[in-house]
Design a protein around this ligand. Sequence first.
Ligand code: NAP
Ligand code: ZN
Ligand code: ZN
Length: 351
Amino acid sequence: MLETKGYAAQNASAPLAPFSFQRRAPGAHDVQIDILYCGVCHSDLHTARNEWHNTLYPSVPGHEIVGRVVAVGDQVSRHRVGDLVGVGCMVDSCRSCPSCNEGLEQYCEKGFVGTYNGPVFGGENTFGGYSDKIVVDEQFVLRISHAEQDLAAVAPLLCAGITTYSPLRQWRVGPGQRVGVVGLGGLGHMAVQLANAMGAHVVLFTTSPGKEADAKRLGAREVVISKDAEQMARYQNSLDFILNTVAAPHNLDAFLNLLKRDGTMTLVGAPGSPHPSPDVFGLIFKRRRIAGSLIGGIKETQEMLDFCAQHGIVSDIEMIAMGEVNQAYERMLRSDVKYRFVIDMASLRAA
Ligand code: NAP
Ligand code: ZN
Ligand code: ZN
């Protein structure tokens, strides 16, 4: 067993605090990784505070993991000691159901094994990336081809990147399309960059007027303050696709009405309580659709990482020490993130 240092929440109202635990020693197919950086996803906060009512405690969040391989099992062929690698939201799945066979492990019919909080359909708890090391089956470890100095800014691609890349590909976003992104947080700022790199005309909808310049720098052609009804009215029936990343319940009609006939709004934000029900007539009269999308499969995650490396895409990050994660959560709740907190794990080793 491997002695591991981490940070955990012991219950829904406790702040995260130092926590030691054991990881398995690497088996024949395992890769042992020294974690260098881990992104802070809003899902970490939802989980630490049991907002989805399924948290197993103690809870060690973190599923935007990058680091260096320090040991491999004797059957491992995809990774070598010294490689820079990533681990995202999943560390295993059944590998035999129809979804797994299609490379869509996130929709595993038996439930994938989350990097933290265990198998989604019950089972033993797993501990995530707010820790100094992790051991993962090689099939769930991603190769990183960005330059080493970008490593910290690559970490958020492992969740925020793939969660936005996958629906943009699924709904075939590309040149000639007008695409709305709702919310400029961790997911939203990746969505703006990715949709722009795919050739779409991106319109960013934000509640924060102060984010306009950043949104344009990241690739948005237009920025709309979503609380301003007059501005919103100008965009009625104008968008082919909307990716909604908002982490809180809100009125979906305000955005659905911006879709053209046959347009789709895909929800990736996963608030702890439901959105008010949308107006059926707004859907019926324009044959509009509401959809959802969950992270992305391992093959597509590798494709996304390679796409980002080719297009020079990384996350805009603010580096924090492990001990600052509780303050970072409070800032995230105020939409005060530019645009992803990333934990420097050297701070955990030094503590
Ligand atoms: P985040 O960094 O906190 O960004 C969310 C953004 O939503 C905020 O920056 C803010 O942007 C906007 N927002 C927040 N509260 C709002 C409100 N009341 N009304 C309107 N807009 C509001 O969070 P994140 O890490 O990007 O995650 C976003 C959501 O996606 C979370 O619920 C997370 O759990 C979920 N998620 C889902 C998946 C999946 O597979 N589907 C994967 C990862 C994360 P502005 O300031 O621009 O308005
Ligand atoms: Zn996440
Ligand atoms: Zn499966």
